[in-house]
Design a protein around this ligand. Structure first.
Ligand code: PLP
Length: 457
């Protein structure tokens, strides 16, 4: 048929002309794209042959309002027809960027009132690092340049964001460096509370500060819930302790809300679960639900007021900072999130997902450590979770379960970048309904049954 011809034509062209991000180039160059998407509707996506899949991770945790929202296409069309692009350099303005900045300042907690727009999450984090350093320069602390980040944090792929990322493959890729980024080796441990006898104390943020000296440190960056590092929820009290630590040593706190922001976790922002306010917040993804490329850094008054006193040109900005079409889409997207009560729905559907995970945990012995915060969810696969024995790496447990799901029409994602790590993430669009959650659970159930029958125990 026609669509099969088109699929094979595009596949050949793709093999020849594209290098895909986060894919195996050699494998890709011989096999071509796994799916060529053509349509999306709600939580579902289709390929060229009308084969339907449930988008179980909202593509890259960003399509929060779901696929096929015509309203967003309409607002983009309207803005593009009037003025698709204008610059915000040289003090030029446009209405969507101004209105969106004001809207964001009302949604974000505390006195996070001022926005610098970017076109994505990596740019937002690099911008947050630069603005933190610049803030300290303006305050007369030129040596406060270092940024502390965490193991398994993911902050993007521009050089500084890459170096802040605590996943070795990304952090070390191509040998690019930023000497002022320090990745703390500990991982979401309570030793930030000051317990120096804690086994991981030497790798935690507090000990890194003590070692380097607070006079060298501009900021600490954390995700409220780590996403691409494997969906790790911090222990109770952790983020409050990190906030207190930053205050104690006069260091800025950056919250990377690129995944958590705009309702994903059942609160508008991830930090709200632990009642803290960062000094800077990086946002992207859910701000437009992926309908346009947009990101930003939101600053509190302390940082913004200092920068606003600077009486020379600020030599930082992207061609697409404050892109009017992207900002118009962002505004409409937030309107949809509020009008459809999607933050609340994420919370409620997260509870349904949690119930489903409990069922799966009871049924499949190797399913363990489920966590759901709103619709940011994950679980581990272990050969024997009771005595903590991981699967052999040859088993590729998470990859296999994800593949079994794919064959049953569910797209989800896994992480296995550390030995013995088999983490699966589930993060559907926030519009999802109870019955659709049940479908996801029943596909996961079948997939795990199929996996356990194939694997050599
Ligand atoms: N920060 C976090 C927490 C992310 O999850 C991501 C992307 O997944 C980024 C930053 C990078 O964003 P982008 O890919 O838009 O540059």
């Amino acid at each position: 048929t026609n669509t099969e011809g088109l699929t094979s034509e595009l596949s050949d062209l793709d093999k020849k002309h594209l290098i895909h991000p986060v894919a195996v180039p050699k494998h890709h160059a011989s096999k071509g794209p796994k799916i060529i998407f053509s349509k999306g509707d709600g939580i579902n996506v289709k390929d060229l042959n009308e084969h339907t899949y449930i988008d179980g991770v909202s593509m890259l945790w960003n399509v929060n309002v779901g696929h096929g929202k015509k309203e967003l296409a309409d607002v983009a069309h309207h803005q593009m027809s009037k003025m698709a692009y204008s610059s915000t350099f040289y003090g030029y303005g446009n209405e969507p960027a101004i209105r969106l900045a004001e809207k964001i300042s009302r949604l974000t907690p505390g006195d996070l009132n001022t926005v610098f727009f970017t076109s994505g999450g990596s740019e937002s984090n690099d911008t947050a690092f630069k603005l933190s350093r610049f803030y300290w320069q303006l305050k007369g602390f030129k040596d406060k340049r270092k940024i502390i980040s965490l193991r398994r944090g993911y902050h993007g792929v521009t050089v500084s964001a890459q170096r802040a990322t605590g996943i070795d493959a990304f952090r070390n890729f191509s040998g690019s460096t930023d000497p002022d980024i320090v990745n703390a080796k500990a991982h979401l441990t309570e030793c930030e509370l000051g317990d120096k006898t804690h086994p991981e104390y030497s790798g935690c943020i507090r000990s890194v500060i003590e070692e380097l000296g607070a006079d060298k440190i501009a900021a600490v960056i954390v995700e409220p819930i780590q996403g691409a590092g494997g969906v790790h929820v911090p222990p109770e009290g952790y983020l409050k302790a990190v906030r207190a630590l930053c205050d104690e040593f006069n260091i800025l706190l950056i919250a990377d809300e690129v995944i958590c922001g705009f309702g994903r976790t059942g609160e508008m922002f991830g930090v709200s679960h632990w009642d803290i306010t960062p000094d800077l917040m990086s946002i992207a993804k859910g701000i437009t639900s992926g309908y346009a490329q947009l990101g930003g850094v939101v600053m509190n008054d302390r940082v913004a007021d200092t920068i606003k006193e600077y009486n020379d040109i600020l030599p930082h900005g992207f061609t697409y900072s404050g892109h009017p079409t992207a900002c118009a889409v962002g505004l409409k997207n937030i309107e949809i999130v509020e009008r459809e009560g999607l933050v609340k729905n994420a919370y409620k559907m997260g509870k349904e997902l949690e119930k489903g995970f409990t069922y799966l945990e009871e049924k499949h012995e190797f399913f363990t450590n489920p966590r759901t915060v709103g619709l940011l969810a994950g679980f581990d696969l272990m050969k024997d979770p009771v005595v903590n024995i991981p699967f052999d790496s040859s088993v590729q447990a998470a990859v296999s379960v994800v593949e079994e799901c794919y064959q049953r029409g569910l797209l989800i994602r896994c992480f296995d970048f550390e030995p013995g790590m088999n983490i699966v993430a589930v993060a559907p669009p926030l519009i999802i309904q109870k019955q659709e959650i049940e479908t996801i659970i029943s596909i996961l159930d079948e997939a795990m049954t199929a996996f356990s029958q194939k694997v050599k125990w």
